[in-house]
Write a protein that binds this ligand. Sequence first.
Ligand SMILES: [Zn+2]
Ligand SMILES: [Zn+2]
Length: 339
Amino acid sequence: MKALIYEGPRTMTLREVAPPHPDPGEVVVEVAYSGICGSELSGFMGQSSIRKPPLIFGHEFSGRIVDTGPGTTLAKGPRVTANPLISCGHCTFCRAGEEQLCANRRLLGATRAGSNAVYVAVPEDRVVLLPDALSFEQATLAEPIAYAVHVIEMLALKSEEVLAVIGMGPIGLFVLQVALHYGTTNVYVVDTNPERLAIAQVLGAAAALNPLHDNVAQVIADATGGLGAHAVVDAVGSTATRQSAVSLARSRGTVIFSGLHTAETRLPVNDMVRNEIVTRGAFAYHDDQFRRSVDLIAQGAVGLEDHWIVKAPLSEGGHWYEQLITNPGGIAKVLLAPR
Ligand SMILES: [Zn+2]
Ligand SMILES: [Zn+2]
């Protein structure tokens, strides 16, 4: 089969490789689309501790079951997506429904072969069947949307509380949409890319702020009687955005760190102590949040308009990883099509 292989920093090559064989309890999915995730961009640059060449990237995908391993209950044929996080199922965290914290978790496209290929194998208990009305394109968004569901359910904001989201890449855009769907109406978003701010505006942000010419802290202060945001989500993971996330939160406010670009960041911890700022990491999602995300997309509550999505052949994958790093412009998501 054709697969896009990560060969080393900034190098992706389309190659012919042996197709996956389903192990007991696994199915093989013929991939319709495989999304490029922001979390893979640092891997593409050679900065990820878990993505080592040669590797087939890709953990956001949709397609059709074409083969089943011994002991599976699913048949060949159905349209599906799958939760790419594979956990042990019996540790303390797995039993508590917090599979994302399983010490033995594996991730498609990182610690086993991913979906940037004609076929991908996945355990059948991770598979989610797609409703007929849900397109392969929108279904591919289930993974990043599940993450946004995890963040917003973790925050459990009251409807009148003010949320600020820094970074309008796919994660930030989905955090905005899920927050609005859960009833938080005052969502202020921040990015330096005017095209992505325009998308956020269409999706319903209370204000779309560009720190290059807006005084973000002042706008948030004005919206909150001078107190600051109840919660701030850093959807980038750089030093600058983590620091600004902390600075926008009110006393007792919560800051959620998501992106994984920079391993270590200096933060004003004395201010955080005095202001009793709550900081939390957020990683991946529970399996039920992944399934909920498919429902939200099927209901039309969350998703991306077609013209914000680029669909490209798998052979152009390397170019699009590069493009997303250097100039994403108005592209919210790139979907690679192996066929
Ligand atoms: Zn992803
Ligand atoms: Zn476990």
